[in-house]
Design a protein around this ligand. Structure first.
Ligand SMILES: [Zn+2]
Ligand SMILES: [Zn+2]
Length: 135
């Protein structure tokens, strides 16, 4: 018929999706689509931003990726397989980092008679890299 394997659209699609997924899995922190594009392009240089968005939607729908929506921020994406964790937003470099560990005794913060079932937590400040950088 025609064409080498690299031109097979289905194979190309799955390679592109794999590159997007790998970028998210290996990042270890939530990424903006342009950051995902830059990482995925290392494996798939022909990748474009529209393809990244399309694959992000597929990965979210498939339960492989999650959206991270911080107030006033563009949607970021992270692996759905990193377990319970929280986010730290650096006000200098604008990157969002993961951290693990939960605040203790959250039940005591809730009003009397309330029971806490889950929590989300975002810390804001300056990351180690920016703290170390000469100003
Ligand atoms: Zn920073
Ligand atoms: Zn927690």
């Amino acid at each position: 018929m025609e064409k080498a394997e690299s031109a097979d659209p289905q194979r190309r699609n799955s390679r592109q999706r794999h590159a997007v997924q790998q970028a998210i899995e290996q990042a270890g922190r939530p990424l903006l689509p342009p950051e995902i594009l830059a990482l995925a392009q290392i494996a798939q240089p022909s990748l474009g931003i529209a393809t990244v968005y399309r694959n992000l939607k597929i990965l979210v729908d498939a339960g492989e990726a999650k959206t991270v929506d911080l107030p006033g921020e563009a949607t970021r994406y992270e692996s759905a397989h990193h377990g319970h964790h929280h986010h730290f937003h650096c006000s200098k470099c604008q990157q969002v980092f993961d951290f693990h560990g939960c605040p203790p005794n959250l039940d005591t913060l809730a009003p009397r008679g309330f029971s806490v079932a889950r929590h989300e937590l975002t810390l804001y400040g300056v990351c180690a890299g920016c703290n170390d950088a000469p100003s």
